[in-house]
Design a protein around this ligand. Sequence first.
Ligand code: NAD
Ligand code: UDP
Length: 309
Amino acid sequence: MKNLVTGGAGFLGSHLIEKLISSGEEVICLDNYFTGSKNNIEMHFSNPLFKFVEHDVIQPICLEVNRIWHLACPASPVHYQLNPIKTTQTSFLGTYNMLNLAKENKARILIASTSEVYGDPEIHPQPEDYRGSVNTFGIRACYDEGKRVAETLSFDFNRMHNVDIRIARIFNTYGPNMLPNDGRVISNFIVQALNAKPITIYGDGMQTRSFCYVSDLIKGLSSLMESNYKKPLNIGNPEEFKIIELAEMIKERINSKSSIIKKNLPEDDPLQRKPNISLANRILNWEPKISLHDGLNKTISYFKENLKI
Ligand code: NAD
Ligand code: UDP
């Protein structure tokens, strides 16, 4: 298989590449290094199975591939809100260009969609047939609506041009290779706790998220790519935690002297999130195996080594 991984220098992309290369598959990694890092992929630079192309997905590109894993897009609210117009362009034009590339190559394409398509959900946990509650003009809309239109484009390329699509609705995922300044909650709390800096809870900390360890997520994505299932599929861990519980868990695990402080809740921050994964379980025979307890230990070790603490 000749794989194209867009966003391959990022958190999820680098783990996916690691898995593909270790299975003996060829990989072209395409990235513009916006939120990715050379450190995540440089171990493959001398491997003949690996090639890096520095490119922005909003521009078309010609490549010969059989599988496209389209992950390129900043995922942390801090980063996707830096230049929201660019985020919408990345989601729309990036996905459009990759779907055209899939069409030209008759390649199968997996699109990294998100639980954000459900917005601030009124239905809990979220099943795939829930149509969501997104504010079209809020500060998260560039990402949420961008991903919603990426799903729409994928279905229209499937209906009009028979492009072989897979759509993963990824829920909050964490693990090694996240940037220390990524801005997402688990990396923020770990880095703050390791540096004995205040742990910053946004709002009252009663909002919930459900966290999936990266190796479970990558197994889910790989099974979806191999399956014949073409509709959107939730991939995530249904164990749900309040953000305040997460802060206390991380502080305790690191035995940190950090205080826990409250900051303003960003606009449109979803109050609750938890995937219904019964469909993934039935279609892929997949479920996450790594508990938050074990996943946090692995992630803390990574940051300790990376930050030399
Ligand atoms: P990340 O920010 O770590 O990685 C994204 C990668 O895409 C980076 O390497 C970045 O440089 C690259 N990129 C961004 N814009 C680009 C552009 N215009 N052209 C080329 N490359 C570009 O994020 P991640 O957590 O690895 O997420 C990967 C994908 O999974 C994203 O599409 C994201 O929306 C989706 N997703 C992730 C999560 C999660 O919890 N990690 C949850 C839901 C969805
Ligand atoms: N959050 C927080 N402190 C931080 C970073 C995030 O309390 O330093 C909260 C954020 O407000 C949200 C949750 O943690 O309610 C998850 O945020 P993240 O940015 O990781 O992902 P989201 O699911 O919001 O896209």
